[in-house]
Each structure stands twice: as C-alpha cells, then as structure tokens.
Write a protein that binds this ligand. Sequence first.
Ligand code: HEM
Length: 414
Amino acid sequence: MTPLPESQPDPGFEPLSDAFADDPYPTYARLRDHGAPWYFAGYDIWLLSRYEDVAAAAVHPACVRSPEAVMTPDEIAAQQVRDNWHNMPHHSRFVQFSLLNADGEVHQRLRRMIFNEFRTPSLQRLHAQTQVHVDRLIDTVIDAGAMDFIEDFAARVPGPVIGAFLGVPEEDCAPLRQWSDDIVQYFDIDRSDARKALAEKTTTEFYDYLLRLSDERRRRPQDDLISRLIARYDAGDLTEDAYISTCMLILMAGHGSTIDILGNGLAALFAHPDEQQRLSAGPSLMTTAVQEMFRYDAPLPFFHRFAAADFDLNGWHIRKGTKLGLLYGCANRDEAVFAHADCFDAGRAPNRHIAFASGPHVCLGNHLARMELDIVFSTLLRRLKDIAPAGESVRRRGLSVRGFEALPIAFRAA
Ligand code: HEM
C-alpha cells in the first residue's frame, strides 16, 4: 500500500477566494486529476476528491466523525483552542456535540430515535402544507415580475416547513434562518473571534427558545416531533444535551442547505436553457431533475472524518488519527462515474450522486429536501414563465457551503 504522498503539486486551492466561490469546479478537477489525496495545510486535512475515494471513506467503519476515537481529552482541548472552538459553553454542548458528530452506539441510538419521523407517511402529511406555503410565497411576488430569488423567495421556503416538521409554530419561524446561518457558518474555515461570539450568542438564544417551547409542549403535548422528543427526555431516555442538540440539528441541517440548493438548482437551469425548456415541457422529469440539481451543484460540498485506525483506502495507506476531507461536491463531478459530469442533464438516470453522503451518516432529511425542491420547481414552472437572470448574482464564500447571497431574476405570470 502507498503512504500518503510527501510532496504535492499546487492545485491553487483557495477556498475563501472569490474565484473559488464563483466556480470551484476547475479547482476540483485539478484535485481529481492529481489522483492522490491532497494535504490542505490551512485545515490540517487530507482532501479526498475522486468519487471512488470519497464514497469509500463515507462508508468505511474506520472513518468516524468524532475526534474522541483518535485524541485524548487533553489533545482535543488543545485542538479546540487551535481551531478557536473553545470557551463556547452552549455551542460546545448543543452544536459541537450532536448525532451528526457522534459515532457507534451513541450515534445509532440517537439516529434510531428520530429515523421514523423522516419516513414517507410523515412527509406525506407535510406535502399539502408545503404546497400551500409555496403557492402563498409565489402570490407575494408574482405581480412584481422581478425579485431576488434568494431573499424574496428561497430564504422563506424552508423555515415553516422544517418548523412544522419539528413542531415550531409558524409565527416563531422567522428567526430560524438567521440562527442557523450564524451557527452553521462557524463550521467553515473563517474562525474569527467576531464569528465565534455570534455563534455562541445565537446558540444561547436558540437554546432559550427551545426551553420555552419545551415547557409549552410539556403542558400541552401535540402530535409533533418535539412533543415526542420531550417525552423521551422526561422519561430519561435522552440527556438535555442530546435532546437540545437533536432539535437544533433538525432545525439547522436543512435550512441554509435548502436555500442554497434552490438557488443552485435555478442557476443550473439558467446555465442550461435547453434543459430548462425540457423541464418546462415535461414536468414528469422533475424527480430526476431534482436529483441532478443536488449532483450538479451540491449545497454542502465538504464534511470531515477522522481515521480511527490504520486502514487502506483504494491503495492509499491511511494512518490512525489522519483527518480526511470528503469533497462530496467534487466527487459528484467525477467523469469516471458521471458521463458529461459538467453538464446538467435533467433526465440523468441512474444518478449515484453523494450530495447527501452515504454510510452511517447519510442525510436523514434527504426525502424532505427533495420533496421541497420538487414542489418549488414544479410550482415555479407552472405559475411563472420566461424566468431568466436579471442582474449580477453574488455567490457565498466558503468550503462547507455553496450557494448564493443574491440571485436577481425576472419572470412573467404564466
Ligand atoms: C437541502 C439539502 C440537504 C443536503 C445537501 C444535506 C446533506 C447532508 C449530508 C451530506 C449529511 C452527512 C454529513 C456527513 O457526511 O458527515 C447530512 C446529514 C444530516 N442531515 Fe442533511 N442535508 C440536507 C437537508 C436536510 C434536511 C431538510 C434535514 C432535516 C430536516 C436534514 C437532516 C440531517 C441530519 C439529522 C443529518 C445527520 C445524520 C447522521 O449523522 O446520522 N438534512 N445531510
């Protein structure tokens, strides 16, 4: 087996640059062409870029999320300081710890507790509600003939949907977007003190809100996920940290990512007018088109793993303790798996993309996310016509998220 290489070409990997935000795919292609895992010193991480390597690491039992398998508590504390993740009492209890960051038995137990909530019957109940919500949003913009697709539309989609899924009343959903944004952004590589203070303050506000909502549900339980979780907490099946972090994870995991994929999906259609036309003419393609949106421009392109033991990955020898970066968004453009990978194909099938990961941490919300996209794009294409870009769009910067700050569009009522 080959050890990880000591010297490497420079692929010009600058994930905080504007050029990377505008179009990371040429950089991703250079990483894939290099073939070997590539060491990114800025993050002390080995990046996996080829589909076969990323997919293999995502399912490999030696690849874990939590540093506990590879570091002593003192080493973790020192690492927290280096990453500026320390002295964040609420953030460390409810965000740095969650089922997403747990492994083995702890992870399976938490995941099993909520798994059934994400199955089709629960989602069918949400379908009609989501359709009404999306139609109302379109009612608010349809006469204007132009809007910023992100601010005026996409940003308003997921809050009430995930809120209804968990049991947050509609009138309380407004701050959810800002809360998840402030917290999730701290997972990216900008770890400034200002961002840190904001992430901790926001986590504290979010925690206080969830405590108030929990008291309310304790007094008057409803047929919702939060009422079922609070009953498990009160029965001693969940610690407070596990209870709150699970609620926060559900409310945050599908928030910014849904806004981002809505923008990425629309921009993909703009970049491929024939495919936009094909989808307008044949809405039965929507299921494959939505999968293709996730493959073509994944909104959560990067997650990490730690090697909990020495192991071999497609010929590379990975030593215990190595931190690996799984570039899902890069793997999804690998020509070895996807023909014409840089082209958007609304009818692509099969489509083995890994925008929702695979293995033990595969996204629980993937059916919900795809349902939302299906409803949004079907409704947009039915109720609006001549949808086109109408000004300069602005991309978000960062490695962990990919989306737009602004995406101005024009349209006419159909
Ligand atoms: C909209 C687009 C979405 C994308 C692209 C996405 C992507 C992902 C990915 C890649 C992971 C695995 C992370 C890893 O490999 O370490 C994940 C995990 C997860 N996602 Fe999503 N997600 C989306 C929406 C949602 C929604 C709507 C929800 C819930 C309402 C959700 C809930 C979760 C949860 C709970 C986990 C943790 C699963 C575990 O660790 O076992 N996601 N998601």
